[in-house]
Design a protein around this ligand. Structure first.
Ligand code: TYM
Length: 350
């Protein structure tokens, strides 16, 4: 079992990333440690491993400021460690230090089809009306994402709902490559499975329940950032858009109330309860009672994370060392697959 996932270092880590992805990464890392310990020597579980990376190569697909990218990459590394990613148990690195990612992307460009990329909704969303002005990197972005996971023979890829389409594409690329260039009993690539946490796979904006919470939303009030102090968290929750109705006692009652559903979903995810369980506690109550309760749970969850985050940011050398060590480990794992890909394609390399 090999778990691989990434996050773009653009802006600060927010609650959507945390509940939709990172918290699940930490759980998988912990679970993996237990499996490895329980496994008999030599069994496949002994090699159970997690790789988590900062997708800095993906970040250049949109206009960006180089100094800001450098800062955000280190901050995101600190944020991941603060959330519980332990660099001595998981491989933590940034793509730019492992050139096999960019190399494999080029090799897979021969297999990916224009029609497949044309269907990607993220490209449509991010390029908007200005398709002609979008970067080529934004279009081929999902091929790099496929390379990210196929390079390590990932079996499981924890992601939020919004990334599932990209994972499907990675499977399509792997399958076509194996069909075209490998024999059935010796495939070059493993087909990765996307996995989303049951709750909170999609956390929405606090200002608009139809848009996902996102780093690129111009309004800071639309998202909770992991480094927000308690006053800011309370203020953002208090101002979060809702409706005047009291909460229903079952999830069905939230069908046409996306903002209310989002807040209840966040509460449920933070307390590891189902939406129905939360509603059985708060059904009939208005937001005047629910919002302060949610704010408190949030503040308590974020407090230890933001304390660790601040401490880590002060030690730049330690952060550099974590990423360099992770990159060295990642390179080693990547080499056999990269070599096998060149060979399968008939490329001569001395
Ligand atoms: P990114 O950086 O946008 O987001 C990182 C992870 O957070 C999840 N996420 C959310 N989940 C729930 N609700 C939200 N509002 C929300 N916003 C973000 C995302 O689903 C993701 O799991 N292309 C990827 C990064 C990437 C990657 C990869 C992921 C590059 N290569 C290989 C997995 C495997 C991205 O931009 O995620």
């Amino acid at each position: 079992m090999r778990v691989v996932s990434g996050i773009q270092p653009t802006g600060n880590l927010h609650l959507g990333n945390y509940l939709g992805a990172i918290r699940n990464w930490v759980r998988m890392q912990d679970d993996m440690g237990e499996r490895a310990q329980a496994a008999e020597d030599g069994s496949a579980e002994k090699n159970a491993q997690c790789l988590f990376f900062l997708a800095d190569l993906h970040a250049i697909s949109m206009p960006h400021d180089p100094a800001e990218l450098r800062r955000a990459t280190l901050e995101m590394a600190a944020a991941l460690v603060a959330c519980g990613i332990d660099p001595s148990r998981s491989v933590l690195f940034n793509q730019a230090q492992v050139h096999a990612h960019a190399e494999l992307q080029w090799l897979l460009n021969g297999t990916a089809r224009m029609g497949w990329l044309n269907r990607m909704t993220q490209f449509k969303d991010k390029s908007g009306k200005n398709r002609e002005g979008a970067s080529v990197a934004l279009f081929t972005y999902p091929v790099l994402q496929a390379a990210d996971v196929l390079l390590y023979q990932a079996t499981h890829v924890p992601v939020g709902e919004d990334q599932k389409q990209h994972l499907e594409l990675a499977r399509d690329i792997a399958q076509k490559f194996n069909n075209d260039f490998a024999s059935e009993d010796a495939p070059v690539f493993t087909l990765p499975e996307p996995i989303s946490p049951p709750q909170a796979a999609r956390i929405m904006s606090l200002r608009d329940g139809s848009k996902k919470m996102s780093k690129s939303d111009p309004s800071e009030m639309s998202r909770i950032e992991l480094a927000d102090d308690p006053d800011t968290v309370m203020k953002k929750i208090k101002k979060a858009k809702t409706d005047p109705e009291p909460l229903p006692s079952e999830e069905k009652g939230l069908e046409d109330r996306p903002e209310a559903l989002n807040l209840v979903t966040i509460y449920a995810a933070l307390t590891d309860k189902s939406v129905d369980d939360v509603l059985s506690d708060f059904g009939g109550e208005g937001f005047g009672k629910f919002k302060p309760a949610l704010g408190e749970v949030l503040v308590e969850t974020l407090r230890p994370i933001s304390e660790r985050f601040t401490g880590l940011l002060e030690d730049r050398e330690a952060l550099d060392a974590i990423l360099a060590r992770g990159a060295a480990q990642a390179r080693q794992i990547a080499v056999p697959t990269l070599d096998a890909t060149y060979k399968a394609l008939g490329l001569v390399r001395g």
